[in-house]
Design a protein around this ligand. Structure first.
Ligand code: C2E
Ligand code: MG
Ligand code: MG
Ligand code: MG
Length: 270
């Protein structure tokens, strides 16, 4: 025991670990500053139907850092989640997304577009989550029926009853729900029928090799069939080639997102 403790002590003063810890706290301070300076912005990636028509977009957060340039979410979302900074960040993201929806609503060519926004577990678990979303919708003037929130399996399963109540409260106003990265979490089919969802998103890890890996093809097709059986929309994520699109379409998928149709970018490029 003493020996183990001694080893832990040595570990604690390990210069590499100390460097990592101070890098983390520097990043945390930087995120805080970035929030105050409004350095976070949204890129929009098109979601299209079988004919290639735009149905809307997914909002993906970026950090326009003064020194580092455009920073992808993988480099700051995990720490934002650990530190609670995801709450003010998520609030900014939702406000920007709803503002964009309100702008689209004023443009006849874009008024029917929906916008999907990713929600992290910590945000969703807040007891004020429903009130917060309602407040942002009200302040922005966005139509709740154009907003879709993307949740993950692990987030929803953490407390299924609470998840259902929150989803139902928001659905009353027209907010939609998508299950993101479907198939990568703890898939339990019994809860799927109870969750008031609108859409399943086939994770890109199944789409990538859908033409060459029979297991991925089987999983993608099963998700499409499952979605239809439950009367849900299904979107394939990470579609990069015409071959992938054709395969998915042939197997009943009617909505697509991926580099084949457009990379995430400023709203003006949609
Ligand atoms: P996600 O919600 O599953 O978003 C899809 C990710 O796949 C995006 O990465 C997108 O740029 C990327 N992608 C789209 N099409 C393709 C393709 O054809 N090929 C490949 N290889 N990748 C493609 P991004 O923007 O880096 O976001 C990564 C993740 O960060 C998102 O995964 C989401 O979980 C999270 N995230 C992004 N924005 C937000 C946000 O505002 N709030 C929260 N809580 N999480 C966010
Ligand atoms: Mg998403
Ligand atoms: Mg996804
Ligand atoms: Mg993802």
């Amino acid at each position: 025991q003493a020996k183990a403790q001694g080893r832990n002590m040595l570990c604690f003063f390990d210069p590499a670990m100390q460097a990592a810890a101070s890098a983390r706290s520097a990043l945390e301070g930087d995120i805080r500053l970035g929030l105050a300076r409004a350095e976070f912005l949204l890129h929009y990636q098109p979601v299209v139907d079988a004919t290639g028509q735009l149905l809307g977009a997914e909002a993906l957060v970026r950090w326009n850092h003064p020194q580092r340039g455009m920073v992808p979410p993988a480099e700051f979302i995990p720490l934002a989640e650990q530190t609670g900074l995801i709450l003010p960040l998520g609030r900014q993201v939702l406000a920007m997304a709803c503002h964009q929806l309100a702008l689209w609503a004023a443009d006849p060519a874009r008024a029917s577009w929906t916008l999907s926004v990713n929600v992290s577990a910590q945000e969703f678990r807040q007891s004020e989550f429903v009130q917060d979303v309602l407040a942002v919708l009200r302040d922005s003037g966005a139509d709740a029926r154009r907003l879709k929130l993307e949740l993950t399996e692990s987030l929803l399963l953490h407390d299924v009853e609470d998840s259902i109540l929150k989803m139902q409260a928001l659905r009353t106003l027209g907010v939609g729900f998508a299950l993101d990265d479907f198939g990568t979490g703890y898939s339990s089919l019994s809860y799927l029928k109870r969750l008031p969802l609108d859409q399943l998103k086939i994770d890109q890890s199944f789409v990538r090799d859908v033409l060459t890996d029979p297991n991925d093809a089987a999983i993608a097709c099963t998700i499409i069939t499952l979605a239809h059986s439950l009367a849900l929309d299904v979107v394939a994520e990470g579609v990069e080639t015409e071959g992938q699109r054709a395969f998915l379409l042939r197997n009943g998928c009617q909505r697509f997102q991926g580099y084949l149709f457009g990379r995430p970018g400023p709203a003006a490029l949609l």
